[in-house]
Design a protein around this ligand. Sequence first.
Ligand code: SF4
Ligand code: SF3
Length: 551
Amino acid sequence: MSMFCFQCQEAAKGTGCTLNGVCGKKEELANEMDALSYTCKGLSFYAYHLKKHGVDTSEFDKYVMNSLFKTITNVNFDKKAIMQSIHEGLALKRKARTLISKNAIQLDENTIPECAKWEAFTDIEIERKAAHVGVLSEPNEDIRSLKELLLYGVKGMAAYTEHAYNLGHINNNIFEFMHKALLSTLKEDITINELFDLVMECGKYGVEAMALLDKAHTSRYGNPEITKVNIGVRNNPGILISGHDLRDLEDLLEQTEGTGVDVYTHSEMLPAHYYPAFKKYKHFAGNYGSSWWHQRDDFEKFNGPILFTTNCIVPPLPNAPYKDKIYTTGQAGLEGAIHIPDRTDNGKKDFSVIIEHAKRCAAPTPIEEGEIIGGFAHEQVLALADKVIDAVKSGAIRKFVVMAGCDGRLKEREYYSEFAKKLPHDTVILTAGCAKYRYNKLPLGDINGIPRVLDAGQCNDSYSLAVIALKLKEAFGLEDINQLPIVYNIAWYEQKAVIVLLALLYLGVKNIHLGPTLPAFLSPNVANILVEKFGIGGISTVENDIKQMIN
Ligand code: SF4
Ligand code: SF3
């Protein structure tokens, strides 16, 4: 076996990718990513002890956050960038070790893990070692399952923390937990119970990370408000921006203003239109295309350059006409694409190269017309609270169905469009993340003026859905969040969905349906624990599930 990865929902045969990743990740890159995670774990070992002794670890915190983000599914396909990150990590480890000695921190040599001792290797040495530090290096199936669940939760948390960080919002408790969780995955004698507690704690910090990001977004860009987003095109050339990073969008909108180049969003960037601060830009033209996996079709027709700020990247086919129009930035990377460097402190990223490129391109080819509506994050829904509560009390709304999460390529995901179509008309879908593209263009109507699909925003805005649920619990005077008329049918794909799930479990949400398949990284025993403790279940047929969830 040349590689092993089972971190996403599309893991080959539902068990794991062993030759090439279904995502496009090849053996060498997969192994390098394992080595990068391993390097992070080693650095976290030192960072955790330094933090406990009050030593400033901000440089190490940032490195671990950025590096883990790079290893999330579909974020980075650039082997050189990953190798460079490993070397940076090794250098930081040398620095951390020096700080340990300088501060006279006593560490028992026997407890120092092997990866903390990784200090200076050549590329070839790293490649050789990388093949032995991946998932399967943990022999016990259940311990492996929980260690990976924890690692994927921390990866998702790292992504949301990075977005907040880019907006100047930092929470040190989150970093401390990240280091603690990573070093715990190195312990050979850790028990199932200890790991399970850490997984729950991960959910707690997942809530904090999403709350931090929510604050970072809303304090800078205002609270999302009900917005109709155009899905047609204009006559100017355009730039298509994808991913989740609103700070990148801010810089791009500022720099494209008055240039004759329009800016369109793709996939998870759609919710940017809901923020008041971006509405002032007349050239912020609309949303083009659908969720991430449609990009090969959408990008070909877009005609202009595409900027990836985060996942999900689908590596283009060798003859793809848009191949030379791809730009990446932040933790995203793709071999052959131009990478826009990071901003300097308080500075802005320089997007001039992509803007000049756009000017030489034709305007986007129209693929659809009309508008989609969104912007139902916590403040907007709470502003409508009286109306919502009345509709529930009068029986006009029987149930809310949370259908947040990710979209993906699998045919089985048609289930989610069918589910949305067949839901009784007195139900309302609460959504966030790119899962929404399965039904956000369907004519599902409204209930007394409340649309039947309420889109809160990106996957991280699942936090908004939790805030709404907690406020409704209060308004209805209920003891338990599970007494609300809310059911959960969540679609997952990558590791951000893992942290969203852990956050919901931490908040006490029970009986979540998770699909289209349960994670390959859950061993039968760990899956059983989740079923017993939280009532987590998979999905079956649309008819059965509607019957079971809506009563
Ligand atoms: Fe396979 Fe998913 Fe891992 Fe890619 S990220 S190699 S598709 S399990
Ligand atoms: Fe989508 Fe990749 Fe997860 Fe942010 S863009 S939800 S899959």
